[in-house]
Every structure is written in C-alpha cells, then in structure tokens.
Design a binder for this molecule. Sequence first.
Ligand SMILES: Nc1ncnc2c1ncn2[C@@H]1O[C@H](COP(=O)(O)OP(=O)(O)OP(=O)(O)O)[C@@H](O)[C@H]1O
Ligand SMILES: [Mg+2]
Length: 425
Amino acid sequence: MHISPEILLVRYLAISRAIAGQMDFQSVLGEIAGELYMLFEHDHLDISILLPDQPGRNVSFEVGVSTKWGETADTPHLIAESPIRDLLIGKVPHFLTSDACNDSRFHFEDAFDSPIFEANLRSRVHVPLQVHGEVLGALNLSSHEIGKYGPEHVKIAQQVADLLAPYFNALIWGDQAKTAALSEGAARGREETLRLGALRLTEAMEDERKHIGMDLHDQTLADLTRILRRITGLKRRPVSVTTSLSGIAEDINTCVNELRRIIEDTKPGVMDLFGFTQAVEAQLERTVGGMVPTITTIVEDSTNSIVDEFSGSLRTALFRIVQEAINNAVRHGSPQQVVVNIEANEHDIVISVCDDGTGMETLQDGHSSGLDNMRARAAIVSANLVFERNDPDGGTRVMITVPRKHATKSGDISTRESLALEAAQ
Ligand SMILES: Nc1ncnc2c1ncn2[C@@H]1O[C@H](COP(=O)(O)OP(=O)(O)OP(=O)(O)O)[C@@H](O)[C@H]1O
Ligand SMILES: [Mg+2]
C-alpha cells in the first residue's frame, strides 16, 4: 500500500476537522470512521480508554461490527484481561497480526478474547494513544480478511492515534472534571443543608428556650404550686384523705400531661430544620430500623426541594400522607425495598411511595382509617391520591399529585382549608 504524503495530509486534516466539536468518545469515533476508512480499510474500529479514576480498568468504544467489548462500555473492563494488555501497560509499542484468531499473544488465561472469534477479527493493528509518553488508551483496527495489514498500516494508524490522542486526553480530563464538580456540588449542597439546619436549630432552640420558660412558669409552676397548697392543706384539715388524694392525683395527671405538651412543642421537627426530603428520609429510616430482613430505602428528589417552598400546613399534610404510606408499606407489604420519589412537571408535583411487597389488592375503595385519613388530607389540599400496583416490581405505589398552582405560597391554601388540615393532623 502506498499513499502519497499529499493525500495523507488531506486525510489527516479531514480527520482533524471531523473531530472538532465532538464532546464524547463515541461521537468522535463515529465522525472519524468514514475518513479513516479512506486511508485504512477496516471492518471494525474501536478505542480502548484507560480510566484515571479507576486504575487497572479500561472502557471500549467501537464502530462497525458490535462486540461485547463495546456493549459493556459503561462497565469498565480489567486491563489485565484485555487481549492487548501488553500495549496498554506500555510493554509493547504496537501489535500487528495477520490473524488474531490464531495469534497466541491475544489468548491467555482469563483474556477477554471472545469478541475476536465472535466478530471474526483476523487482521488487526493496535497502536497506543499517548500524551507526553503516557499511554492513555489504544486505537484498534481490524479486518475479517487474513494478512491484510503490514507495517505501513501500523505507521498510518500511529499517526492517526497521535492526532487523536490530545483530543481524547482533553475528553478524559473533561469527564473527570465534570464528575468531580458534580460530586463536589452534591457535597457542598449537603454541607449547606446541614449548615442551614444547624443555624435554624440554634435559632429554634433560642426561641423555644423563651417559650419553655414562659410555659413552665404559667402552667407547670402554677400546677405544682396548687398541688403543694392542697397537700399542705391536707395536713391541717381532718377531711377524707381518699377524696383529697384523688383530687391531687388528677392535678398531678394534668400537670404531667401539660409538661408532655410543652416538651412535644419544643421539639423542632426535622422538617422545619432540614426540609421535607430529609424528613421523609428520616421517617423511612425510623420505620425500617431494626426490621429483619432489612429493607432498602431510597428517597429521590429531582425538584430541588420544591416542597419546602410550600406553606407549612400543606407541607405537613403531604408529609403525613407519605408517612402513612411508608408505615403501611413496611407494616403490611413485607417489602425488600421502599422508594420515595419527588418529581415535578410543568403543572404538578408528584410524590410517589413505592414498595415491592405483597400489594394491597382490593382495598382501593374500602374504608379503613389510615387510608381514609390519607384521602381526607389529600382532598383538603386538592391533591389527587392514587393507590396502584407497582409494576413491574409488584407491591404498591401510592401517588400524590399536587397541582403546582395550589402549592406555591402565592396560591396558598385558604385559612378554612388550613384549619381543616390542622383538625385532620
Ligand atoms: N403498601 C401496602 N402493602 C400491602 N397492604 C397494604 C399497603 N397499604 C395498605 N395495605 C392494606 O390496606 C389496609 C388498610 O390500611 P390502613 O392504613 O387504612 O389501615 P392499617 O394500616 O391496617 O391501620 P391504621 O389505621 O393503623 O393505619 C391494611 O390493613 C393493609 O391490609
Ligand atoms: Mg395504616
């Protein structure tokens, strides 16, 4: 094969133009395959890319015949099992074979070599993709024909690989930067949620300290003073001790109940501090805690915490519905997994609680207090509540759909509805 330098230059420029603007490996390959074919006839073209964040592993992208190497592009392979591992670890400068099916260099114990046979890859050329002497992957060209390639092909393949390598290097590091930025963003988001939660907790505790002081003074201190007065009076007057004691017991009971209320009121809820999604997560964890066998829980909120923009009473109503759905799933369904999804579209917010348990069968329209309460709460906030089979996993899906216009603070629920909700809680 002889190609004049002018033609080579034209082809390389065409390849260079073709890759411009392609943002992922598959698109780059797709764009260059045609140009490369003019230089180098092939039936299969693929690249192997080493993963800097997963040492010892690589992924493949291919065009032409599809093989298992490319089918599993999302699942990194072990370099140690790659038929061209010696090239990927820099042990050999290239591979040239006239029949890969019968070339022992590609077939060793544990070699992931089945695609060579399945796709009938005979003549093959493998050259490294390198930047600054570091191998970042390989360019691999194959033909079904035996003895099709020679040293001239290796030379051309290497020149193409040298042209592509800086571009691939940029893509690899671009991907890495994107992944790092995403996880950093997520970590920052969590940190920010915790920071805000802690700030609100401090403020809430400060407020509550004042309330506790006032409540203890007005209620509990007054109760205890009255009880003390009655006991002191008992000593002086010869009255029936039983009657007096039962009165005192009643007073103490009231005092204890009041004290309980004060304590209950002072506990700032997870929802107030950390938001709806975290409250649902906490509820799920509490409900499945200690269950044998264990139940996996997932909460996915793709709405950027939209529920936290709602009024307190609406948010509480939604939380109570979700809470009962979670309790029911765990109590009655014996599921392996409970998933809560919070999603939004242009018109609605959709919260679903899905379990893969036994399913709830016939009770859709029946009467039952937990389900009735859920329906009542949903009706008050104009939400649509649906119980359905959680296909394809089996189990139950409870879907709560709230029109966005009812949910924003400006279109908030009325005072009447708010009062009804409070009564239902
Ligand atoms: N996710 C679920 N999987 C299986 N069965 C369910 C599920 N949710 C509800 N059920 C069935 O529906 C019935 C009614 O539920 P409901 O919440 O009204 O009552 P409950 O949970 O039995 O009692 P409670 O009044 O304490 O909530 C349950 O007893 C159960 O048989
Ligand atoms: Mg129930």
